[in-house]
Design a protein around this ligand. Structure first.
Ligand code: AMP
Length: 173
């Protein structure tokens, strides 16, 4: 089986989770498959442009893919977390949800001015989370060289919220 087919076969569709009308992309079958995970991290590494200074992972599934990717690339890993989880001084960024708003945070010293970062998450849906993550990187004075996802829900057009040409995903549904 080709690697993309293998990865695709390890994503489970769960209808009506966490609420009615949502088709949830469950990555746990992928996580428990060593060959599938190795294929994902290899494929993500191939999509990274140049040599980034850091991989920035979005809580919590961005951590699962971002940390092994950073180790493979030989660069650091930076977590973006939900409010009040990070212990040091933070920058915060709010973004719009269907109903209401959400906020994410980064440590102020996580990235140095002028550094290049790659933002990683498991899935790109509407793009609101990734867009807010990009703003946090900018608040640190760093820049985003790519936004990298395992899965992209193409019909939600999240990439239109992100800089043209900067979005990479392994699988599109
Ligand atoms: P968004 O800000 O709309 O792009 O949402 C992205 C975040 O929501 C990611 O961290 C995903 O893990 C999660 N997410 C959104 N939709 C789904 C879905 N259908 N299946 C699994 N995770 C999702």
């Amino acid at each position: 089986m080709a690697n993309t087919d293998l990865i695709r076969s390890l994503i489970r569709d769960v209808p009506d989770f966490p609420k009615k009308g949502i088709l949830f992309k469950d990555i746990t079958p992928l996580l428990r498959d060593a060959r599938g995970m190795a294929a994902v991290i290899d494929a993500m590494a191939e999509q990274v442009p140049g040599r980034p200074d850091a991989i920035v992972g979005i809580e919590s599934r961005g951590f699962i893919f971002g940390t092994p990717l950073a180790t493979k690339l030989g660069c650091g890993f930076v977590p973006i977390r939900k409010p009040k989880k990070l212990p040091w001084k933070t920058y915060a960024q709010s973004y719009q949800l269907e109903y209401g708003t959400d906020t994410i945070e980064i440590h102020q010293d996580a990235l140095q001015p002028g550094q290049k970062a790659v933002i990683v998450d498991d899935l790109l849906a509407t793009g609101g989370t990734a867009e807010a993550a990009g703003k946090l990187v900018a608040k640190c004075g760093a820049s985003v060289s790519a936004y990298l996802f395992v899965i992209e829900l193409g019909f939600l057009d999240g990439r239109s919220k992100l800089p043209a040409g900067a979005v990479r995903s392994l699988l599109t549904f």
